[in-house]
Design a protein around this ligand. Structure first.
Ligand code: HEC
Ligand code: HEC
Length: 401
């Protein structure tokens, strides 16, 4: 896309987003409403790029652009020639992830991002930490600093709401005030992400768990396979928690599934785009996504750095809620950290046959640490693959019985 088209697309996107943001406000607390505004408001340099440009409600708060999903699956930043390296996961249900920690049995658990680097250590919630990132990330919203973000918020029409939520007007006079208020931005966005609007637990499966509807025989068979022969539930938790909490379809652990590279990932070209004289991706086409290891090797704690080798290629287990949510049945979505798969059929067939000789899957992006215990040769028939997909389709929010 050329810059003019990018701008035009944004202008339209922003209009649609503002309409969406002003339409449904019922049932939200003032804090959630403030978070909603910060999520949909274009706060970027240049332009007016909002979180929702990469996390759209019509697709379950992941990437809403059909063309991008069909190809590289990575969304361009506010500076249009800049691209990050991964596909946007859903921002819904992200607030339920625990603070990143190490469990002797499960390995690393929790955090936000595919590699867990929004740990939750700063604000006590990974999604609140996460929400402070994109505004300042040079390949995303690219604002120069926290103060610039807060100035844009101060200049918006949401001043009175800010004051109502935090009990004082937005003050940027001193660095401590800036730090405090930038933390409040993270907290408000996380509150919206956890709200009944972004994380409503309103799928057909939720109604089923509450005993309000029945699954079709095919969906029921898919659920049994998901929990049994398909082994999906060993990572994508499908049963309610001890207090009856609805399942999140992730146990927040990390695994390397041997996902192939997505050759169309625009990050491979980011050796030619510089920020402050340095290429965004010095390794160019040879870059390999190390996932969790990318984060661990930057940690101060030597106990974490020591675990980097065994974590190469591992990515956080994503929620499967809304995995099939799309504005129309033929609307393309992309799956996995690099968006290499384009349909649920492809995903389930990969789990089923990755290690079957002659199945023809490309080599893994990172051949170390591939999980062969729970995936790769599941011996599912094509009818059984279809049943699992039918079950996955019951996880879209907004079901009306
Ligand atoms: C240019 C596209 C883009 C924009 C703008 C953007 N994101 Fe993201 N988001 C991503 C990508 C890509 C990832 C995954 C990055 C990674 O894992 O390294 C991500 C990850 C996340 C996650 C982690 C989910 C999880 O389960 O780990 C949350 C939550 C999130 N974004 C919320 C936001 C919020 C809030 C904003 C605005 C302040 C925002 N995003 C702006 C692309 C974007
Ligand atoms: C060993 C743990 C594990 C098991 C077992 C497992 N998954 Fe996953 N799943 C993951 C991880 C980790 C990812 C992300 C991998 C990546 O992007 O590199 C993922 C990604 C996915 C995605 C893509 C979601 C998205 O938003 O991109 C779908 C769909 C999915 N799994 C469905 C299933 C189904 C269906 C099964 C059973 C047949 C299954 N999974 C079994 C760990 C697991």
């Amino acid at each position: 896309m050329n810059n003019r088209r990018v701008k035009a697309t944004w202008a339209i996107t922003v209009l649609v987003l503002v309409a969406a943001a002003t339409a449904r406000t019922d049932g939200l607390t003032d804090m959630e409403l403030l978070g909603k505004f910060l999520f949909y408001q274009g706060i970027s340099t240049p332009g007016s790029m909002a979180c929702a440009v990469c996390h759209g409600p019509s697709v379950g708060f992941t990437g809403p652009d059909a063309e991008i999903n069909k190809h590289g699956s990575v969304y361009r930043g506010a500076v249009p020639e800049r691209f990050g390296n991964r596909k946007p996961p859903s921002s819904a249900y992200a607030t339920f992830s625990p603070v990143l920690h190490y469990d002797p049995k499960k390995g690393f658990v929790g955090g936000n991002f595919w590699d867990g680097r929004a740990t939750g250590q700063h604000l006590g919630n990974p999604a609140a930490d996460q929400a402070q990132g994109p505004f300042l990330n040079p390949v995303e919203q690219n604002n120069p600093d926290e103060k610039a973000v807060l100035e844009k918020i101060k200049a918006s029409s949401y001043g009175p709401l800010w004051q109502k939520v935090w009990g004082e007007p937005l003050n940027l006079d001193t660095q401590p005030a800036i730090d405090l208020n930038y933390d409040r931005v993270g907290r408000a966005i996380a509150a919206y992400e956890a709200s009944s609007e972004m994380s409503p637990f309103s799928s057909k499966y939720d109604y089923y768990l509450r005993g309000l509807v029945q699954l079709s025989p095919q969906e029921q068979q898919g659920l049994a396979l998901f929990n049994g022969k398909g082994r999906c539930a060993s990572c994508h938790t499908s049963a309610p928690g001890p207090e009856g909490e609805p399942p999140l379809f992730t146990d927040f652990t990390y695994a390397n599934l041997g996902i192939p590279k997505n050759p169309e990932n625009p990050y491979y070209r980011m050796d030619r785009v510089n920020i402050n004289g340095k290429p965004i991706n010095p390794e160019g086409a040879h870059w390999v996504d190390l996932g969790l290891a990318d984060f661990l090797r930057t940690c101060d704690d030597p106990a974490r750095r020591d675990k980097a080798q065994e974590s190469r290629g591992k990515h956080k287990v994503p929620t499967l809620r809304n995995v099939d949510k799309r504005p129309s049945p033929d609307f393309p979505k992309a799956y996995m950290h690099n968006g290499v798969f384009k349909s649920l059929e492809e995903v389930v067939h990969f789990y089923n046959t990755r290690d079957v000789p002659g199945a023809g899957w490309p080599a893994p992006e990172m051949p170390q640490n591939v999980n062969t215990a729970e995936a790769g040769n599941l011996q599912l028939t094509s009818q059984e693959e279809g049943a699992i997909i039918a079950f996955l389709k019951t996880l879209s929010d907004g079901y009306t019985p």
